[in-house]
Structures are given as structure tokens and as C-alpha cells.
Design a protein around this ligand. Structure first.
Ligand SMILES: Cc1ncc(COP(=O)(O)O)c(C=O)c1O
Length: 389
């Protein structure tokens, strides 16, 4: 680790994984620590700071220090998935507490909130958190303990004004948590805008190679609430494995390059697809006509992220037929990898989804953007020919 507060940029620090070097061999890539248990000192202390592998692991700690640095957080915790990270935040609340979450958000977490969390005693209201007046009406001073927002939110990529939401939430005596998976720390730093906790499905662009399932939390303060979350991770055994933490750290070394390239391609595709004859609507916060564009331009820097959605002019059948025809885009769920993915979102979310049936979700990777456009263009034309013929 670098000792003094480093003068280097976040990008530089991430590339060198905070300068970590193995103290014994001087290897520039630190080893993967696999031990589950550690020697107790003769005086009965644990001077190394490590006791057992379920609460803590040195490789996990190294990746956490990169994420804490990127988010300018006092602490970061890695979990075995994004869902494990997100649910730990809600589990740190007490039964009876009131929480507010977005009406349209990552569907599995929404489902968990509507079922498990409610069964366990949380009172959950789903509102359009990008509508600040609606948010104001939803929070109950003294009763609301947590407001969860996702921005840009999956899969419509609506934008919530984090700074304005934080003012509303804090005035009611609650905490604000932000799922920043689609923004990444390269484009948005929610803690600097007033949020208390940031969550990432690190499975996505933080790792970036579609080969690790992981979740991250970053906290503005290591307060009592944070310590509860630390206890939940420890006692529920939800820590990330050391091999996954190593792969995640390798991914983080190139995060800035990937995020910049992916956002640039997403912007170019969104602009070109906006005038495509077989696309009814493009949802991307980087487009001036997007309802959240003005706020996004204020709170996001260096681009608007790697995710966009299109609504097919020919409706649901045309959307599914388009996804069936791509040759380069991979027809798969998930997001944030170097390879581009396309998904008919309503099919995976199932009955009751608020996702429009004509929507295709696009996760933009780092392939040649001309190839990406050509493949989609051909698929859109082919689908149109098939559905109109
Ligand atoms: C925005 C968002 N949050 C959370 C999650 C959950 O992450 P994981 O699949 O790692 O549990 C996802 C997964 O797709 C997501 O897209």
C-alpha cells in the first residue's frame, strides 16, 4: 500500500490497485490469500488483524480499498453478489421501519423488497424517485429510515437527482442509498452528492468481464448502521471469495478505460438509433430529449454510462425478432462486460413487470462501434421484413 495520502488520480490508483506489492517477493501483483484461519499469538492476541475467513480476507480487503478510494468512502465491503450487498442494507433496518424504493428498479431486488422484506416487517413504498415531489410525499419524517434509489435505473435509465434526493431524505431523518451500478464510479460519485451508502452489482462494469458475481457497498461513514452491515455480512457468511476478489481487482485496473469507451459507444449508438426507421424510441440519459438529461449532465461526468434501451417500432414481436437476428451482440441477460449484450427485458422479468413489452435492453461493450451498429441495423431491418411480410 502507498503510505502517504497519494497525490495520484483515481484512475492511476485503480490501475496500480493502490500500489499493492507483495512484501516478501516484491511481486507487483499481490498474491491471492486463500487461508481460512490464522495463527493466534502466544500472548493470545491476533496481531495480524486476521482471525477467520468468513468475516474478512486480505485479498478482499485489497479490492475493497480500491472501491473505497473510487467512491471517496470511509469504508467498502464486498459481498458474494450484488443482491447480497443490497439486501444486507435493508436487513440492517428494524422490523416496522418504513423504506421508499423506486417503482422501476432492478427487478429481483424489487421482488425481494415486495416479498421477503415485507414478510420480515419492513414497510415498503414504491414511488417514482426521479419525481422529487413524489419522493417528498412518500418520505415520513421519523418513520422512514431508508430511501433506495437507482440511477440511471434499470431498464428505462431514468435519472434521480441524488443531491436533491439527499436533501429531502436527510430532512426526514432517513438515510439515502444509491444503486450506482449503471453509472459506475467513473461517471457518478453519489457520496460526494450527499448519499450515505453506494451499492454496486460488481458483477457488472466494475469487474467488466462477465466472469465474476460480486456486490459492493461503500459507506460515507463507518457509523453504527455501517457496523450492523459488517455484522450481517460476517454472520450470514456473505463475503466475496478470494479468487473472485482477485479477478475483480484485475477488472478494476482497467475500469476507467472500459467505462469511457463503453459510454462513448453507447452515446454514438443512441444517437444513430434515434433516427432509425424501425426504432420508436431510444432511452439513454445522454440524449438531450431524455427526461433526465439535464440532471444527468449535472451529476454524471465523462459520459452517461454503458446502458441504453430501444423500443421497437413494430412492438413486442419485432423486438423479440430483432434480438433473434443479431449475430454479434450476445443474446443474454446481465450488463457491463466488454462484450455487448442484447435482451428482451420483459421476457426475463415475467408477469407483472413494469418493463414495456417492445423494449430491448442493450449493454454496450468495447467492440468496434461500427460493427455493433451494423449488426443491430441488419437485425432491425430483418425483423421488420419478417413481421411485415
Ligand atoms: C442495477 C442492478 N442492481 C443490482 C443487481 C444485482 O446484482 P447481482 O446479479 O450481482 O446479484 C443487478 C443485476 O443485474 C443490477 O442490474
Amino acid at each position: 500500500m502507498l503510505d502517504a495520502p497519494p497525490p495520484w488520480s483515481k484512475r492511476t490508483l485503480a490501475v496500480q490497485a493502490m500500489g499493492g506489492v507483495d512484501p516478501i517477493t516484491k511481486a507487483v501483483v499481490p498474491p491471492i490469500h486463500v487461508a481460512t484461519t490464522f495463527i493466534r499469538d502466544e500472548d493470545n492476541a491476533y496481531s495480524s488483524g486476521f482471525v477467520y475467513g468468513r468475516p474478512d480476507n486480505a485479498t478482499v480487503r485489497e479490492a475493497e480499498s480500491v472501491i473505497a478510494m473510487l467512491e471517496e468512502a470511509e469504508g467498502a465491503l464486498l459481498f458474494s453478489s450484488g443482491m447480497a450487498a443490497a439486501t444486507a442494507v435493508f436487513q440492517a433496518l428494524d422490523p416496522g421501519d418504513h423504506v421508499v424504493a423506486p417503482r422501476v428498479m432492478y427487478w429481483a431486488l424489487r421482488h425481494w423488497l415486495a416479498t421477503e422484506a415485507t414478510r420480515w416487517g419492513l414497510r415498503v413504498d414504491f414511488v417514482e424517485t426521479d419525481d422529487l415531489e413524489a419522493l417528498k410525499r412518500a418520505v415520513r419524517p421519523g418513520e422512514t429510515k431508508l430511501v433506495w434509489v437507482e440511477t440511471p435505473s434499470n431498464p428505462l435509465w431514468t435519472i434521480t437527482d441524488i443531491a436533491a434526493a439527499a436533501r429531502i431524505v436527510h430532512a426526514a431523518g432517513a438515510r439515502l442509498a444509491v444503486d450506482s451500478t449503471a453509472a459506475s464510479p467513473v461517471h457518478t460519485r453519489p457520496l460526494l452528492l450527499g448519499a450515505d451508502i453506494v451499492m454496486h452489482a460488481a458483477t457488472k462494469i466494475l469487474n467488466g468481464h462477465s466472469d465474476v458475481v460480486a456486490g459492493a457497498l461503500a459507506g460515507r461513514e463507518r457509523d453504527g448502521f455501517w457496523e450492523r452491515i459488517v455484522g450481517i455480512r460476517k454472520n450470514q457468511g456473505a463475503i466475496l471469495g478470494p479468487f473472485e476478489a482477485y479477478l475483480l481487482m484485475r477488472g478494476l485496473r482497467t475500469l476507467h478505460l472500459r467505462a469511457a469507451a463503453q459510454a462513448q459507444s453507447a452515446q454514438a449508438l443512441a444517437e444513430r438509433l434515434s433516427s432509425h426507421p424501425h426504432v420508436a424510441r431510444v432511452l439513454y440519459p445522454g440524449l438531450p430529449q431524455h427526461p433526465g438529461h439535464e440532471v444527468a449532465a449535472r451529476q454524471m461526468e465523462g459520459g452517461f454510462g454503458y446502458m441504453l434501451s430501444i423500443q421497437a417500432a413494430g412492438g413486442e414481436r419485432a423486438a423479440i425478432a430483432t434480438a433473434a437476428r443479431v449475430r454479434l451482440w450476445k443474446r443474454a441477460t446481465s450488463l457491463g462486460g466488454v462484450e455487448s449484450l442484447i435482451e428482451h427485458r420483459a421476457s426475463i422479468e415475467g408477469p407483472g413487470t413494469p418493463c414495456p413489452p417492445d423494449l430491448l435492453r442493450l449493454s454496450v461493450g468495447i467492440e468496434d462501434v461500427e460493427d455493433l451498429y451494423r449488426d443491430l441495423d441488419e437485425a432491425l431491418h430483418g425483423a421488420h421484413g419478417a413481421s411485415s411480410g
